[in-house]
Design a protein. Structure first.
Lengths: 429, 102
């Protein structure tokens, strides 16, 4: 009784489009309730839609009614979509495209992918066509669930839609979305393989980031990273654009040190890349740096450590001391050890600075290190310690300078009090 | 020369289009997903920052500058833990001093 009343009340809606859609929506609800009045609702919807005068508007609303009929499981829905396609032929191209975009959306939602592709391929404007196909693809991808038994079939269909998309940026976005879905449903091999199809370096980088991040999160086997590195090398060659540097950084920042190293060793400006990466890692991802350093050869370690120590001398962070200890223990370039001594002085660890300076074999470099320590001690007014140290400085020029400073300091201190302070102030001026 | 400048124009447009798509994606539910991974978020923002910085250098368009400024602020919010007005003033002063040859 209530339903009959509702159906009658719909007639008060003046706008035939709104009235038709309301009937169609009621039809869906009644179908769910298995109410026989459902077919009456759909019939009224169809009758009403034909009252619309504007042919484009009529066909657009007719497709909406057909969509709801499809939602209710009525086979006649497909026939109506086909009828709309036939009627469209009488309309100008632009108007046809507008209606077809709606049809594509509806058909995808109804899981009628083949039909959707057919209608999309009829769109004359290539921009609108690619956009419609991308939309169709996105909607379809959303439906694919990891646990679904028909997942392989769904992926095949999704790839079929993707193949129809040719124009940029739709093609890149489509490939990106497809790869993301493949990752979500744990089709890792396929996801990595699909990266090969990317054509734009910007998208290659973004996809690589997403893929590595995802693989890290789900903690997959190492073989996937190895495949990823191969794809990265292949893509860098094929695109003939220098994206290897970016890919190295992406791999390293995500903790994929082996991959980053393999890539570094494949580039021509290998040393520059290593230096650049060391700089980036110490600044942005120091927790990855230790693993990275542990995997380097002697020469590589010397090169990377020099850059890292340069950064740490500018930013002497105590929390990164573990990196400095590793460098001090493993580096063979004694110039780096001088930097290590200076780092320890900056962090106030004179004892470690002295220990490291004792490891330096080269006389000139050791003198430099000892000189820095002596300066530090003088600044701290530890004159006796400074004198002991200066005795070990073999470089005559440096030792002369140090002894000179030391003696002035001794005199200044012996003067004490105000005179000493005023002397210091005068010196500063 | 004309071909080269056309290619450069095309390249510039494609880069901005890439930024546009990334922004659209981040403004949808994707921001929540991406921001769960700090590194991915930082890298994504850095990529947009680099492209817009380049665009600002080449163009006099105030709107590009506006977009760039927004990304600069976003980048600072995400990447700089110890950002403060005095620190920013210090950095700005350092930059100006370098240009002034001090």
């Amino acid at each position: 009784m209530l339903i009959k009343e509702v159906m009658k009340s719909v007639e008060v809606i003046k706008d035939p489009a709104v009235r038709a859609i309301t009937y169609a929506k009621i039809g869906v609800e009644l179908t769910r309730m298995k109410n026989p009045l459902a077919s009456d609702a759909f019939k009224r919807a169809l009758d009403t839609v034909y009252l619309i005068e504007n042919p484009v508007f009529l066909l657009k609303n007719l497709s909406t009614v057909a969509y709801y009929m499809g939602k209710a499981g009525l086979k006649s829905s497909k026939r109506i979509f086909q009828q709309i396609e036939d009627d469209l032929r009488g309309l100008p191209k632009g108007d046809r495209d507008l209606v077809r975009v709606d049809i594509v959306k509806y058909l995808v939602d109804l899981d009628e992918i083949d039909e959707a592709i057919y209608h999309a391929s009829e769109i004359s404007d290539s921009e609108i066509k690619n956009e419609a196909l991308l939309l169709a693809l996105k909607r379809y991808l959303f439906k694919i669930k990891r646990t679904s038994t028909i997942r392989p079939l769904q992926i095949r269909k999704a790839e079929y839609i993707w193949q129809q998309i040719q124009k940029e940026p739709y093609y890149s976005v489509a490939t990106f979305e497809l790869i993301r879905t493949l990752l979500r449903v744990e089709e890792y091999d396929r996801a990595i393989y699909m990266i090969n199809y990317l054509r734009d370096p910007l998208w290659v980088k973004q996809v690589m980031r997403e893929v590595i991040t995802h693989l890290k999160k789900v903690n997959v086997s190492r073989r996937y990273y190895e495949r990823l590195v191969s794809v990265a090398i292949e893509l860098s060659k094929r695109l003939r654009l220098d994206i290897t540097g970016d890919l190295i950084v992406i791999f390293a920042l995500n903790g994929e040190v082996n991959g980053a190293l393999k890539l570094i060793r494949s580039v021509r400006d290998y040393n520059e890349m290593l230096v650049e990466l060391s700089k980036i890692l110490v600044k942005r991802k120091p927790d990855v740096l230790l693993t990275f350093l542990q995997k380097l050869s002697e020469d590589e370690l010397n090169l990377a450590s020099r850059e890292i120590m340069n950064y740490l001398l500018e930013h002497p962070e105590k929390e990164l001391e573990y990196l400095v200890s590793f460098i001090a223990l493993n580096v063979t370039d004694e110039r780096v050890l001088v930097k290590v001594v200076n780092y320890y002085l900056k962090t106030g660890d004179v004892e470690s600075a002295v220990k490291i300076s004792a490891k330096i074999g080269n006389e000139e470099l050791r003198s430099l290190a000892l000189g820095s320590i002596a300066h530090h001690l003088l600044r701290e007014n530890r004159i006796d310690d400074a004198i002991d140290l200066v005795m070990h400085v073999k470089d005559p020029k440096l030792s002369s300078q140090l002894i000179s400073e030391l003696l002035v300091k001794v005199v200044r201190q012996s003067g004490g009090g105000k005179s000493g302070d005023s002397l210091q102030a005068a010196e500063k001026k | 020369m004309e071909i080269l400048s056309r290619l450069q124009r095309k390249n510039k447009k494609e880069k901005l289009q890439f930024v546009e798509i990334l922004l659209e994606s981040l403004l949808s539910d994707d921001f929540k997903r991406i921001s769960q991974n700090r590194e991915l978020l930082i890298e994504t923002v850095d990529e947009m920052y680099a492209i817009l910085k380049d665009a600002v250098k080449r163009s006099k368009d105030e709107r590009i500058m506006g977009a760039f400024e927004s990304i600069v602020i976003l980048r600072a919010m995400i990447e700089e833990d110890d950002i403060s007005p005095p620190e920013l003033l210090k950095r700005a002063k350092e930059g100006v001093e370098v240009v002034m040859g001090k």
